[in-house]
Design a protein around this ligand. Sequence first.
Ligand code: FAD
Ligand code: SF4
Length: 479
Amino acid sequence: MAKEPVKVKELAAGIRAKDFSEVVLGYSEPEALQEAGRCTQCKNPACISGCPVGIDIKKFIKQVTEKDYKAAYFTIREKNDFPSICGRVCPAEYQCRKACIFTKKNELFASEKAINIHFLERFVGDHGMNNSLETPVKKDGSLSKIKVAVVGSGPAGLCCAGELARQGVKVVIFEGLHKSGGVLRYGIPPFRLPRNILDFEIDYLKKLGVEIVPNFIIGKTKTLDELFSEGYAAIFLGLGAGVPGFMGIKGENLCNVYSANEFLTRVNLMSAYKFPEFHTPVNIGKGMIVIGGGNTAMDAARAALRLQNMNKLPANTSIVYRRTEIEMPARRLEIAHAKEEGVKFQFLIQPVEFIGDENGFVKKMKCLKCELGEPDSSGRRRPVPIKGSEFEMDCDVAVIAVGLEANQVLTSVTPQLKTDKYKDVIVDPETMETSIKGVFAGGDIVGGEGTVIEAMGMAKKASRAIIEYIKRRGNVQKN
Ligand code: FAD
Ligand code: SF4
């Protein structure tokens, strides 16, 4: 019989819900060895096919059992540039762990018994970071005079930049915000991804020679044509999906109704959780409601609850979702953590209107109860509002987290850049090249909101195609 999984240590819910310290503390060496020892080293390791970038999971786990953490680190780095980040944020229960032999075929999410691949990845990634293990740089001299522009510094942009820089290409990243990292900086709170980890990865890229230009919006400050005329041989677009979706209901423009993007950007990027030490405030209420069921909703609700605690208000934050828990796209771990911390979950409820007070501040949310109907195109059962079931909920701050869309700042001024009906950039799936020669794209701007590892997988593919494109065009330096 399989040995019991090694539980990862976490800060106690009562302590962690009062600040933004990291919740999951990771495995110690003996714990990692014990967990790695549970892996049966399957002849046909299904876990690998469950990883969107095909990390050789079986091999790296074996190397952990042999205490060869350096080798394990390089095994992971062959496919994944940021193991410490992915070990913390990857939805492993839908990916590698779900494919692990210990998960039964009919289970919706990974079994509790599945190997904790993500915690092992984190252990190995942190070992690499703490011991300054660096992936060997294989500079190709013929590329030394080549410049490539990367637009956006989220996981896609950072990954593409690293891949190109390691081969000797001069990379300049243009980032619209004042700090780099994309969602890893402005969306995911530090209690899930401490900023020293992100900063470490970005500093490493800078050491490789990558230049990052902040506060620079491509499509406004400069166009793609201008970048080409400045001598960039190719351009990678990692623009993300940074525009918040709304429900289109009455009262959404009332004061204290936030988009999750604005709420999380204030809290994470602008450090509103340290106000007044940092100057950007965020409004906190006595009854906070977050609408949605994805990772963004969990992050917003857990941040809201912490802010209530830090401001000595009663911890009263609810998630309102129109389906049930099983259909929630959020990571199971985040749902469990949110519940432990005291976030309340209210299912099968659809908001239909926000009601304001005489000063234009939200005070109530009118809702309809729902029941589940037939599955929709996502395969999840559709929420069907029940006629005549209206009721009102008290709410003095609402945060809307119902999805993200493509930002059109660049595509709207670049008509040659073909987009689909969602305004996502269309690419050749083999090369990630867009409709403009020499312009490649990856991450959430291709195919909509995805995951960090998927964004990095696309960026890696694009980086290979960019090198081929540059060499094919022959504008490399002849040795
Ligand atoms: P982004 O991370 O969005 O980065 C795009 C960057 O491009 C931004 O910095 C933006 O400012 C910049 N930019 C855009 N347009 C321009 C322009 N014209 N000029 C210059 N710069 C520009 N995924 C997971 O795997 N696990 C999770 O736990 C998880 N949690 C999430 C929580 C939240 C709150 C959100 C919003 C998403 C989460 N995701 C998670 C999804 C994941 O973060 C994204 O799939 C991933 O960040 C996409 O990477 P990207 O590089 O394509 O885009
Ligand atoms: Fe180990 Fe699970 Fe992969 Fe088998 S499927 S090699 S048990 S992680």
